[in-house]
Every structure is written in structure tokens, then in C-alpha cells.
Design a binder for this molecule. Structure first.
Ligand code: R2B
Ligand code: URA
Length: 310
């Protein structure tokens, strides 16, 4: 039953700190985390980040700033009166990062390459900062399959557009495969935090991760489309039958790289539409804004409960 998460003993130190599967890093006299505008030589990363426990990522800088302010309220974290949270990575002009006590809130941009670059640097940041047993969350948006817009989906596993559950990356002219596994127990624990009286459903299922929003997600409304509506529906029906309940663009890399680093992780996304009913995101902005808070609420419940138990 409990196939949940087999940590590779080679991945983490016994005390839970993140071990890098790269012997080169400790031999370097400094490590520049270029896309975060941080460095092990220029910043005291242990002092700045040593107390981090939760790393939350989502696509846009605004949403992750919003999440930082929301989680600050939820966990009762105080900052000096009249001040606002600082975007730690502001001068990277790539990603935004906010820190609220034990919580990091970081934007990852769109797609596998963007989130992959970020994960390399954030995993190294955890290592340099000597963080123990961090938990990573992706809080995002997605298209649903056969479920109403506004539904919260917790991913049990990530698959690519061919339904393969691994990330494949060309390295030195060879395709390297990394299993895109997520922590099943963490997914169940999150699901258990859904309230009976939430005005929306929270479900667990397989997440398809694609390299494109339009053709890659079987949309008829891109600049190009070389398949028929019937072919689109056949494909969506086929992947639905295979257990896919939502489609987005980062989970494969997120699952594969956190798993490879021995880091517990979960992906929680809200559906913006039902792809069996259409392709365009039609819901009004106010509705979309309300929906996007839903995954944040679930993660906030998890974090506040964790902190109360201590
Ligand atoms: C969900 O939304 C974005 C595309 O609109 C992409 O980052 C994703 O995974
Ligand atoms: N994000 C996606 O990747 N696909 C959708 O359909 C909606 C949001």
C-alpha cells in the first residue's frame, strides 16, 4: 500500500539536510545563483534562509507576492509597521522571491525550462543554507478534464504529453530520464485538509504536463492547428480514461527534480476551465482571481497546522 515515497538514501544527509548530487559545488569557492540574484560568496545564505521549511512556487510574481502576504496573515508573522515585503530576487529581473518566516514564496514563470532552472538554484539554495527536510509546493493553475472550473486538483503523479511519467532531458547528446514522482502521502494529507463546506471540489488525480499551451494541450485556438475537433476530443477522452484530470506546464519538472533531490513535494492547481467544453479561458477576471486563492488556502492550512504542532 505505502509505496508513497522511497527516499533514496544517497540523496539526503541523515539529519535531513539537502545533499547535492553534484560533487562540483562544494569544490567551488563561491556559487552564484544567477537567476535569483544571490550567491554563496555575496550573501550569508545560512543567516538569510536557514530557517526555511516550506518553499512555495507559482507562475506569476503578483500571485506569489499575494501568497506571501496571505501566509503572513495566516501564520501571524510580523514585519515592522509601515513596511512591506521585499522581493529578494528583484534585481534578477527573472523570478520574484518573498520570505515570510519559514515560508519562501517564489514565482517560477511558465513552462518546464523556466521552473527547471529555478529548481536547480533553489535546491542549491537549500543546500547552502543548510535547510533540513524542506517541503516544496507548486501552487498553480491548469485546465481541467471533465471537471468544473474552480476545482482544486492535487497531483498524484505527473505525465508528459505521451503519458510517460518521467522528465526527459537531452544531456551531452543523450536523453536522461528522471521519474516524475510526487509524495502520495503528502497529497493525501493535503486532500484531508479540504473542508466539507468549501464551495468547490478538491480532487486527487494524474496531471499531464505539456511543452505548449496551445497545440501541446490539444487546443483548436492557437495560431496553428493541424487536427480536427474530433481528433482533439479523442485525445482528451483517451488521456481522461488513463486517469488524467488536469493539464498544466510545470509539474513534470517540478516532480522529477524534487524527487531526484529527495525533497518532499506536492502540486496543487485550480482548474480555469473544463477542456471537454472548450479551449478559451472565458471566466471573468474577478472569478479567476477568486479561484486562484483556492490552492493557496489549502497550502496555508497545511503550513499553519504544521507550525501549530511544533
Ligand atoms: C498554467 O498556466 C500557465 C499557462 O497559462 C502555465 O504556467 C501553467 O502550468
Ligand atoms: N494553464 C494551462 O497550462 N492550461 C490551461 O488550460 C489553463 C491554465
Amino acid at each position: 500500500e505505502n509505496e508513497s515515497f522511497q527516499y533514496d538514501s544517497a540523496v539526503r544527509y541523515r539529519d535531513g539536510s539537502v545533499r547535492l548530487r553534484n560533487p562540483n559545488i562544494e569544490l567551488m569557492d563561491q556559487d552564484i545563483l544567477y537567476h535569483l540574484a544571490l550567491g554563496s560568496g555575496s550573501h550569508d545564505l545560512v543567516e538569510m534562509f536557514g530557517d526555511v521549511k516550506f518553499v512555495c512556487m507559482g507562475g506569476t510574481p503578483k500571485r506569489m507576492e499575494q501568497f506571501a502576504n496571505y501566509i503572513m496573515k495566516e501564520i501571524g508573522h510580523k514585519i515592522p509597521a509601515g513596511t512591506t515585503l521585499l522581493d529578494i530576487s528583484q534585481y534578477s529581473y527573472r523570478y520574484s522571491m518573498y520570505k515570510v518566516g519559514p515560508v519562501l514564496s517564489i514565482s517560477h514563470g511558465m513552462g518546464i525550462p523556466s521552473v527547471g532552472i529555478l529548481l536547480h538554484e533553489v535546491i542549491k539554495l537549500m543546500y547552502h543554507a543548510k535547510v533540513k527536510d524542506p517541503v516544496f509546493f507548486r501552487i498553480g493553475t491548469c485546465g481541467g478534464i471533465g471537471i468544473e472550473g474552480g476545482t482544486v486538483v492535487i497531483s498524484e503523479e505527473a505525465v508528459d504529453g505521451m503519458l510517460n511519467s518521467y522528465l526527459e532531458l537531452p544531456v551531452l547528446g543523450q536523453l536522461v530520464r528522471r521519474p516524475a514522482k510526487l509524495d502520495r502521502q503528502l497529497a493525501r494529507d493535503l486532500k484531508a485538509l479540504a473542508h466539507r463546506d468549501d464551495p468547490y471540489d478538491t480532487v486527487i488525480g494524474k496531471t499531464m504536463c505539456t511543452y505548449d499551451f496551445y497545440e501541446g494541450q490539444a487546443r483548436l485556438d492557437g495560431a496553428f492547428c493541424e487536427f480536427s475537433e474530433n481528433e482533439k476530443m479523442d485525445y482528451l477522452t483517451k488521456i481522461h480514461k488513463a486517469g488524467v484530470v488536469n493539464i498544466e506546464m510545470e509539474s513534470l519538472s517540478f516532480a522529477a527534480l524534487t524527487h531526484h533531490a529527495g525533497i518532499q513535494s506536492a502540486v496543487v492547481c485550480v482548474t480555469l476551465l473544463d477542456r471537454l467544453k472548450g479551449d478559451q479561458v472565458l471566466a471573468p477576471k474577478e472569478v479567476l482571481d477568486e479561484w486562484q486563492i483556492r490552492p493557496q488556502q489549502l497550502i496555508a492550512r497545511y503550513i499553519t497546522r504544521y507550525l501549530q504542532r511544533r
